[in-house]
Each structure stands twice: as C-alpha cells, then as structure tokens.
Write a protein that binds this ligand. Sequence first.
Ligand code: PEP
Ligand code: MN
Length: 337
Amino acid sequence: MIIILKPGVSEAQALELVGKIEATGLKPLYMPGVERTVLGAIGDERVLQGLHLDSDPRVDEIKPILSKYKLVSRELNPVDSHVMLGKHAVGGDRFTVIAGPCGVESRDQLLGVAEMVKGQGVAALRGGAFKPRTSPYSFQGLGEEGLKLLKEANQLTGLPTVSEVVDAADAELMANYVDCLQIGARNMQNFRLLEAVGRLGLPVLLKRGMSATLEELLLAAEYIVNAGNNQVILCERGIRTFETATRNTLDLNAVAYLKRKTHLPVLVDPSHGTGVRELIAPLSYASAAVGADGIIVEAHLNPCEALSDGHQALDADQFAGLMAGLRPFVEAAGKQL
Ligand code: PEP
Ligand code: MN
C-alpha cells in the first residue's frame, strides 16, 4: 500500500505514522519528498484497516500496489534509483559501461584488460573468479586467487570491480575483495543466495535467468531489496528461444518494459545476449537507444587465448570502436557516457 501524506505534514508526524504501521507487523517505508512525504506498508494489507488511515487528517491518498513485486516497483517509487559502483552512480541520466574478461585468468591478463578498458573510460571492471560452467571439465575460475587479482586491479586502476557469486557461502569472502556482486542467469532464482546478498548490502548486478519471465526477474530483485539491500541493478542478458544462430536472443523489449515497471537501473549484456563478437556493437547501440542505463561487455587483450567466452570477447581495437560508436546513441537517448 502507498500512503501519500498531505503537503506540510512534519517529519515527526510522518514518523509517528511509520511507527503505527510497524506496530501492525507490516514493513513500513518512509520516503520524504520535496513537496510531500510518501509512506509504504508492505505485507498483508488487511491489517492496515485497523489503523483507519483513510480518516487520518495527515493522509491525502491511499493506493494499493497492484504488482506482485512492491519495493522495486515504480508505483512505489517513481524516481529512478541510483546504485553506487565505487564513486560512480549507475542509473538516472548516466550510461554506464562495465567491461572486462569473462573470467580472471592470470595477473597479466586481468591487469592488461583493466588498463585497456580504463583507457576507454569505462566505469567498472568485470571478471569472474568463480565461473558457472556448463561442463565440469571447463575452466572453473581461479577462486579466491582471482578475487585477490581483482582487488589488485582495483587498487592499480581505481576501477570498481564486479564479479559473480555462485554460492551464498562465498558472499562474505567476496565482499572483502570486490565492489559489486553479480548473480548470474543460472542463479537468478537461487532464493537463499538472493537473501544472502540482500543481507550483505554490497551492490548487486542481477542477471535475468535464461528462461525467466520479467515478473520472475523483478520478484528475484524484490528478494534482495526485501532482505535490506536496495543497491540492485538488473541486467538483460538474452533468453533461450528457438533461434540457434545466436547464443541467446537479446530481449530488448525487456529493457523498455523494465524501465516502465521498476525504478532500478537496467543494464544490457550484449556479449552473452548474442554470443557473437560482431553483434556486440550494434546491440550495444540498440540498448542505448531503447533506454538502457548501460552495458556490461566482455573484453580480452587476446580473445583467441581466452579460457572462457573468447568468441564473444572484444579486443582492444574492437572495444575502442564500440566506445566511439556508442556516444551518439547515448546522447540521443538523453544520457551521458
Ligand atoms: C558471465 O557474465 O560471464 C556469465 C556467466 O553470465 P550469465 O550468467 O549471464 O550467463
Ligand atoms: Mn562469460
């Protein structure tokens, strides 16, 4: 339920109402605005009736939140939220580029890519230390050693880092080394993992499951926010369809839809979305045009030698070309790189 207070209601009066909502066992939300304060009450709304808010002189309007997801909905919070990656704010009028290798493979590899993408002005460095691989015989990532290299890359370049957490038991360890935890497509509905990163409070990049609906994605984000962490970025990374020409089908409908339904920032991953190096630039431009808040892209100094996803990694020249081509699309969409 959204409770819109009348203009001029003081902070103390609003907080008194927050206390009443909390006493019913509902989760209260307090959102002071420039003109008026909005309160939220999340949970079984029938108990609200006992508070007779509709006849409270401080209350202007009470509206139900119709969607199943509440905290992440635009109905509750119409203003775009920002998520901090280090000092960089993702969301609003910024277009964020996160880039780096699929997996952290070695010190030279990671530091080389980090310098390369930093030179192109990216906001953050990506790199998996724990890799969720389809085959148990494929490169599984360097584990904690990879996290240490990410920390070193952060110290040397100043770039905040993003890395995938595949197990709730690793979440706290990872928080010592990286700035943002990625939840991968294969774990989007690992609810215990969502709650664990929710309790931790570190920014989370939540990828859409490869056969997840947008409502399921938003409810997965709701788990994280409901556990106490509002620093959530959504990521469209392609879904499984009948089409086999590309690795996945990048669902750009999702971006336009999500931007209407949630205040959370929405990124696109054209690397996993297409799986085809040559398609990454055009789909990045399309992502900017459709209103995405940024992209996350795989890059490697020597893609032929990459231990994972080399076929979809951009080399230095290709990455520079992508960044140069992106600017007019970002500006046309009213955002800044
Ligand atoms: C990745 O980012 O390298 C990755 C495994 O992504 P996804 O979970 O989208 O497949
Ligand atoms: Mn990858």
